[in-house]
Design a protein around this ligand. Structure first.
Ligand code: HEC
Length: 240
């Protein structure tokens, strides 16, 4: 009897409190809502970690077959740097045959606008900052009458031909260090071929070198560059 009283008392009291305190169920709901939130957040976090892990794994997986690519790209970039004027520059002979002579001469006359501040081209034209260039192709280097050439160009010797005028016009100071010709050079072989054809049409008449397309057929644009890239590799092998 005595023992029941204490049990019954608090039981009633608790019920009374439950009915009075209407906020208690809400507190419980919030508590379980918080648990739910934590659970969801946990799963989201877990999913994120799994996702990161998968991304990392797949990255390794897909990169496994990538090393082949950079090698090929390396060839192309090396070629571009070496050629110094775009990928796989054609030879002077090829450029001289790339278009009909009349077209090249017309294009060369336009390129010659870059030379006119220093050079005249017509027969008997005056020397300016540079010598008159009438009939220069095929003529002995640095021999135009009345022009004070640099000692360096005079020391060159030989006659102007398609190949040495190509080198000269590409980079005068590189080809003849100490030259008085303050001209940066023509970066494109197409321009050098065109202006050389124009010079040849002005008092010169060198035969245009033949270009046999078959000779270069095995090494068009893409293949010519790897061939150059193989040289250092071949040189490394005996060294090791
Ligand atoms: C800033 C002036 C200047 C410009 C621009 C210039 N030249 Fe010259 N050129 C010279 C001078 C100066 C010389 C003589 C160089 C020497 O004596 O070292 C020369 C020499 C030459 C020679 C050698 C002539 C000979 O008698 O042996 C050729 C060929 C030539 N120039 C072609 C050209 C062409 C083609 C262009 C345009 C694409 C050009 N030059 C632009 C100043 C110039």
């Amino acid at each position: 009897m005595i023992g029941l009283a204490p049990l019954g008392g608090p039981d009633y009291g608790a019920r009374g409190m439950t009915q009075d305190n209407s906020s208690q169920p809400t507190t419980e709901a919030q508590a379980s809502g918080g648990d739910l939130f934590n659970t969801v957040a946990g799963w989201v976090l877990f999913a994120g970690i799994v996702g990161l892990g998968l991304a990392q794994i797949s990255k390794h997986y897909f990169e496994a077959d990538k090393p082949e690519r950079p090698e090929k790209l390396g060839y192309v970039i090396e070629g571009v740097v070496e050629e110094d004027a775009g990928p796989a520059e054609m030879s002077m002979a090829e450029a001289l045959n790339a278009k009909p002579a009349a077209e090249l001469i017309a294009a060369g006359e336009k390129v010659f606008a870059k030379c006119q501040s220093c050079h005249t081209i017509e027969a008997g034209g005056a020397n300016g900052i540079g010598p008159n260039l009438h009939g220069t192709l095929g003529k002995a280097v640095a021999t135009h009458p009345g022009f004070d050439y640099s000692a360096e160009l005079k020391a060159h010797g030989g006659n102007w031909d398609w190949e040495n005028i190509n080198d000269w016009l590409k980079n005068p100071k590189g080809y003849v260090p100490g030259t008085k010709m303050s001209f940066a050079g023509l970066g494109k072989v197409e321009d050098r071929a065109a202006v050389a054809m124009y010079l040849n049409s002005q008092g010169s008449n060198l035969p245009v070198p033949s270009f046999v397309a078959d000779a270069a057929a095995g090494t068009p644009a893409g293949e010519a560059t790897p061939a150059a890239g193989e040289t250092p590799a071949a040189a490394e092998t005996p060294a090791e």
